[in-house]
Design a protein around this ligand. Structure first.
Ligand SMILES: *[C@@H]1O[C@H](CO)[C@@H](O)[C@H](O)[C@H]1NC(C)=O
Ligand SMILES: *[C@@H]1O[C@H](CO)[C@@H](O)[C@H](O)[C@H]1NC(C)=O
Length: 351
């Protein structure tokens, strides 16, 4: 059995009062003859400290019963801690339901006027006519903080993979649809439908943290139908979203750097680091090792930070040379596991 491991590389000068974002994906498993389904919802929640936390609740429809396993993924001491929750839900039928994470407050000093957090996942497990099985959500993950110097224009491709081959689109949360509270997207960061974030360089007065609240949806590439409980088939066209998952994270605008060229003050990845959006095949009970190499000639590369399946370990071999290791556990086959990482570059201290 094998699963696909997806990688997203974010190049940023990451050095990486409280909430630092969340993301959730889901994969249905085990559709029974009586219509009940088990769905695996994997989520990340990020806070200042590993002792902080918050739980997803049911916000519409029958969310069934669940078990939850919560583990730390990665942490940057004193800055953030990201955990992964693996929530197995058994629902009595394939009808849609929603899960919600809400509370307060985001990290202090958020510049775009967002204090409360709100994130909603829409799950619809009605059997698709094209696949003969329920829909799977897009696969993605994100680090708690995306850092960028105020004077550098940057593009970041969010990891956006759909295991069913659907078209994945991104947009900012919509206040009218009560997707966030409030939504107020930061004007210096735009998101394209193809899930590329563009940071428009600005002045030093824009420095500080921003709450980024993106919704990711999957659309069928042609008309399909979904089979309802009562046997009626309803049509979904390429403009109807099949599911919706939230991405919440902080954008941190740092002081300007003398040069925006990759490899000077901002780190540049070197071979054999996997390419952005690379797909790697991993096998249950077999270790997968990922080598990451990066350089920044006018700074010091010191540390790698990742968001991926819990149980992944990291190791610094030498300056700018890191290893990530992960062994897919039994039961993780038939799922895809998104992974992204950043390296941190800091000013060289003068000796
Ligand atoms: C459906 O079947 C499963 C396993 O056979 C059982 O656990 C579940 O309670 C059943 N659900 C309903 C609604 O009958
Ligand atoms: C898809 O479904 C819509 C709505 O039912 C319909 O108007 C359209 O003609 C269909 N398109 C195709 C290619 O069948």
């Amino acid at each position: 059995m094998c699963g696909v491991l997806l990688l997203l590389l974010l190049l940023c000068s990451s050095q990486t009062n409280h909430f630092y974002g969340t993301v959730m994906t889901f994969t249905p498993q085990d559709l029974r003859n009586n219509g009940s389904v088990t769905v695996v919802c994997r989520y990340k929640t990020s806070f200042r400290s590993c002792s902080d936390g918050d739980a997803w609740d049911c916000a519409g429809g029958d969310c069934g019963s669940h078990t939850l396993e919560l583990s730390v993924v990665d942490t940057l001491d004193g800055d953030w801690c990201q955990k992964e929750g693996v929530m197995r839900r058994r629902v009595p039928d394939t009808e849609p339901f929603q899960l919600r994470l809400s509370g307060g407050d985001w990290i202090s000093g958020v510049r775009n006027g967002v204090r409360s957090w709100l994130a909603i996942t829409r799950v619809d497990l009605r059997v698709r006519s094209d696949l003969g099985q329920p829909n799977r959500s897009p696969q993605t993950t994100v680090l708690p903080a995306l850092r960028v110097p105020s004077n550098c224009r940057r593009d970041f491709d969010l990891l956006a993979f759909d295991p069913d081959g659907d078209e994945v689109k991104c947009r900012y949360g919509d206040a009218g649809a009560q997707e966030c509270n409030p939504c107020r997207p930061p004007s210096l960061l735009t998101v394209s439908p193809s899930c590329t974030l563009t940071f428009h360089s600005s002045s030093s007065s824009s420095e500080g943290p921003y709450a980024v609240q993106v919704e990711m949806e999957d659309f069928p590439k042609q008309n399909i139908s979904l089979l309802q409980r009562d046997g009626v088939k309803i049509t979904r066209t390429p403009s109807d979203a099949l599911s919706k998952i939230p991405l919440r994270f902080a954008l941190i605008v740092d002081p300007a750097v003398p040069s925006c060229t990759d490899g000077l003050y901002l780190p540049k990845f070197l071979p054999p680091t996997p390419a952005s959006r690379a797909q790697l095949v991993a096998f249950v009970n077999l270790n997968l090792e990922i080598t990451i190499k990066a350089e920044a000639t006018s700074a010091q590369v010191s540390g790698v930070f990742f968001s991926g399946p819990h149980g992944t370990t990291k190791q610094e071999v030498s300056e700018g040379h890191f290893l990530l290791n992960w062994t897919p556990p039994e039961g993780s086959e038939e799922e895809t596991h998104p992974m992204c990482f950043v390296v941190r570059a800091v000013k060289r201290s003068l000796v």
